[in-house]
Design a protein around this ligand. Structure first.
Ligand SMILES: O=C(O)CCC(=O)C(=O)O
Ligand SMILES: [Fe+2]
Length: 317
């Protein structure tokens, strides 16, 4: 269980990519940024990235359309929107009563954005579809550049990055935490690591997200309209052969206000394996090659639930 005690005041590392248009692979500034990204991932499993162009209008309109989405009737939200595990509606759980979430599969493709919109609004909702698509494309760009930086910083060959990038697929999860009733606690979401390669979170105005540092202390990470929080998921931990820890986080609602947050989750339809550049005598192989969607299925089993670390139980050597 997560602690509701006062979280320590600490800050996650900040990587400023606000002039990323000047960052060309191979240049000095690129190498510097790669090192910052790698260091932040290795030390914290997460960091804040400042991005050059987050139009205020897009920031406002994405949270407006997310509000419209959660205001739909429960039976509409509960309709299945994807065949992939953990990609549809979650909510109405007695142990986390404030939490509700919906996943939009392939939101960075016009077909994906259209498919989800058609299920939620059979009569059509162009504004929702266009806003989700525009927002997801923006965050996809951040995700792609950061992933390339991670591959580059470990000296992993270009072909390997390219094949990883080609088989990357995204899920946009929208999170809502309702206000609590008098007898309810502020627990929003239990401590967990994401089953993703990376997750890029963007919170609306209400805080609640907490990250666990290496020393075991929880600390708050507040919302910001011009930056994003990047978390390493279990698949990145395995890919990096444990150099990058997956980031443990939870949600504790301190303000009694409705909270919205978004997460662009990066998955991969291919096989993920530790690159040869990360293996030597001091660093023997710790994970067998795996497919992330098979891993998601495994996390639903008793074997996974009983294990201390699901990814190690699934494909650890
Ligand atoms: O609410 C948030 O900001 C994060 C939610 C989250 O961590 C998750 O659903 O995996
Ligand atoms: Fe999460």
């Amino acid at each position: 269980m997560g602690s509701t005690a006062e979280a320590e005041v600490k800050v996650v590392p900040v990587v400023d990519l606000s002039r990323s248009e000047l960052l060309k692979p191979g240049t000095e500034s690129w190498v510097l940024a790669c090192n910052q990204v790698r260091h932040a991932f290795e030390e914290f499993g997460c960091f804040e990235v400042v991005w050059h162009d987050v139009p205020t209008q897009l920031h406002n309109s994405i949270f407006e359309v997310v509000d419209d989405l959660f205001n739909l009737p429960l039976e509409t939200k509960r309709q299945s929107t994807s065949d992939r595990p953990f990609h549809s509606y979650f909510g109405q759980y007695s142990f986390i009563p404030l939490y509700e979430s919906l996943g939009i599969d392939n939101p960075t493709t016009s077909e994906g954005a259209q498919h989800f919109t058609d299920i939620m609004w059979p009569q059509g909702n162009d504004h929702f579809r266009e806003t989700v698509y525009a927002y997801s494309k923006l965050v996809e760009e951040i995700s792609e550049i950061l992933t390339r930086m991670v591959f580059d910083s470990y000296g992993v060959e270009r072909l390997s990055y390219e094949s990883h990038a080609e088989s990357t697929t995204y899920l946009l999860r929208c999170f809502k935490y309702r206000t609590r009733q008098e007898d309810e606690s502020g627990l929003g979401l239990l401590p967990h690591t994401d089953r993703t390669f990376t997750s890029i979170l963007h919170q609306d105005q209400v805080s609640g997200l907490q990250i666990k540092a290496k020393d075991g202390q929880w600390f708050d990470v507040g919302p910001s309209s011009s930056s994003f929080l990047v978390l390493a998921g279990d698949a990145l931990m395995a890919w990096s052969n444990d150099r990058i820890p997956s980031c443990e986080h939870q949600v504790i609602m301190k303000e009694n206000k409705k909270r919205y947050s978004l997460g662009l989750f990066a998955f991969n339809s291919g096989v993920i394996s530790v690159p040869k550049e990360l293996l030597d005598e001091q660093h023997p192989l710790r994970y067998k090659p795996f497919n992330i969607f098979d891993y998601l299925r495994f996390t639903q089993t008793d074997e996974s639930k009983k294990s201390k670390c699901a990814i190690k139980a699934y494909c650890g050597v």
